[in-house]
Design a protein around this ligand. Structure first.
Ligand code: AHR
Length: 325
């Protein structure tokens, strides 16, 4: 199967329990393949999540590996059940991109008892460190601080009346990014949190929430802190439909996270002021960890990845063209 077809499958057939086997077919445990159970939050939830799903599927679509993707549809209880099912089927490795930080202890103890290594990817969780093998992904609070540092420079001593479109509540990405904003609000007496609500990582939900905030607070809002690209897009649409100037030097300042290519174009166009990268290309990282473990080499317990931030007044087309996603 070509990479293009794998991508198409991701978009069209996102159901629980899809098995992707390298070398052209599904194989059982007896084949000697390394069997990996991947508990994904919601494979087609956002541009970022689709890039992440593609990275995992493409990376493991090689001989010797068999990856099963379980899509929880952002349902935390289903995701825990998906992981238990991987344990029951004696997978060799379990990879989790957690919907929620909490609720993992029991199932992770079961994995530990079954001696199945658990790799946390992209989303950190609240569980004792001895219950999981390693974490690879962002430091979400560091991401948030890059955004609040930009806000400090942009607004200086002027009042900052910010609304916060949060990610799915309880996820590592939401908790870290919201915490960075909380810290900056506490540290800057000219900053006010006007409103805060989840937009569930979705353009449409964010647009609805932003529309109601515009009705309630009017032109008092001068900054939107949207915790992903899709929600920033929803907020921008809501503002523009009401004729409110967005981005640039003097429009409502728009903060976004993820930095997917279409949204970097919006950054270059001045619609998003500050877009903090959250890199979704974890497939090769996870494969590197599994290959090390196969050789008996323990990976780093926590590996935060380096990420950049992009700004409307410094980004160039060449920068965007050089990006991988
Ligand atoms: O965990 C990363 C976050 O999850 C991304 O910002 C968001 O788009 C995704 O769903």
């Amino acid at each position: 199967m070509s990479k293009k077809i794998v991508s198409l499958v991701v978009v069209l057939v996102l159901a629980a329990g899809l098995v992707f086997a390298g070398g052209g077919g599904q194989k059982g445990k007896s084949s000697g393949d390394i069997r990996i159970g991947f508990a994904q939050c919601k494979a087609d939830e956002s541009d970022w999540r689709m890039a992440n799903t593609r990275s995992m599927l493409n990376t493991f679509f090689v001989p010797g590996y068999q990856l099963t993707l379980a899509d929880s549809n952002n349902d935390a209880a289903k995701q825990v059940a998906d992981v238990q099912s991987f344990i029951d089927q004696e997978y060799d490795y379990i990879v989790i991109a957690a919907v929620n930080m909490d609720g993992w202890d029991t199932v992770l103890r079961n994995a530990q008892r079954a001696k199945i290594p658990v790799i946390l990817v992209d989303r950190n969780i609240n569980a004792p460190q001895d219950l999981w093998t390693c974490y690879v992904g962002p430091d979400f609070k560091v991401e948030g601080t890059k955004a609040t540092d930009w806000m400090k420079k942009h607004f200086g001593d002027k009042p900052v009346n910010v609304v916060n479109l949060q990610g799915q509540l309880g996820s590592g990405a939401q908790v870290g990014r919201s915490a960075a904003l909380d810290d900056a609000i506490a540290a800057n007496s000219n900053w006010t949190l006007v409103a805060r609500q989840t937009g569930d990582w979705s353009t449409d939900v964010a647009k609805q929430v932003m529309t109601s905030w515009i009705q309630q607070y009017g032109d008092r809002i001068n900054c939107v802190y949207a915790e992903n690209d899709n929600m920033a897009d929803g907020a921008i649409q809501a503002l523009q439909e009401r004729g409110i100037k967005v981005g640039g030097a003097d429009g409502v300042a728009i903060i976004s996270f993820d930095a997917n290519r279409p949204y970097l174009q919006m950054t270059l166009a001045g619609l998003i002021n500050c877009n903090v990268e959250c890199n979704p290309l974890h497939g090769p990282r996870v494969k590197g960890i599994i290959d090390s473990l196969e050789k008996g080499i323990q990976p780093k317990k926590i590996e935060y990845i380096e990420e950049e931030a992009f700004f409307w007044d410094t980004i160039t087309q060449a920068v965007i063209d050089a990006r991988q996603y």
